[in-house]
Design a protein around this ligand. Structure first.
Ligand SMILES: NC(=O)c1ccc[n+]([C@@H]2O[C@H](COP(=O)([O-])OP(=O)(O)OC[C@H]3O[C@@H](n4cnc5c(N)ncnc54)[C@H](OP(=O)(O)O)[C@@H]3O)[C@@H](O)[C@H]2O)c1
Length: 108
């Protein structure tokens, strides 16, 4: 059994999620990875949206915790992820912190 903890976080482009991402990666803990599920036109765009979200709030991200951003659509089958990514996450994620506020406004 490993001591490391992996968390999945939604809502990181919003206020609460951005603060959580910053705190989860900066504060000393057993967390080794935070996986963010983010809306975006592409995977690159999703990653940029997370960075922008942190920067716009003058928040930083710790370097000791791996942050993985996946372009996702929470309302879709497998959260809009490929089957492979989805099943990897089922295996590796220990906790889910779901703070996205489901406004259902379309995002392209
Ligand atoms: N902020 C607080 O102090 C606070 C305190 C207590 C409770 N809450 C609750 O926590 C939740 C989040 O609050 P917040 O202030 O962080 O809100 P926010 O700044 O408006 O952020 C909303 C987040 O939800 C995501 N989202 C919205 N619709 C989505 C959808 N259909 N699919 C996937 N993601 C979607 C947004 O992603 P996009 O950028 O892609 O739209 C964004 O990341 C709310 O339910 C709020 O009531 C907040």
């Amino acid at each position: 059994m490993t001591d490391s903890v992996s968390k999945l976080l939604t809502g990181t482009t919003g206020g609460l999620g951005a603060h959580l991402l910053s705190q989860l990666t900066l504060l000393p803990s057993k967390i080794t990875k935070v996986v963010c599920l983010v809306r975006g036109a592409t995977s690159k765009a999703a990653k940029e949206r997370v960075l922008k979200s942190l920067q716009s709030r003058n928040l930083s991200q710790g370097s000791n915790v791996a942050v993985e951003v996946h372009q996702a659509k929470l309302g879709e089958s497998h959260l809009g992820l490929s089957q492979g990514v989805y099943h990897n996450l089922l295996d590796e994620v220990d906790y889910i912190i779901h703070v996205s506020f489901a406004s259902f406004v379309s995002q392209t």
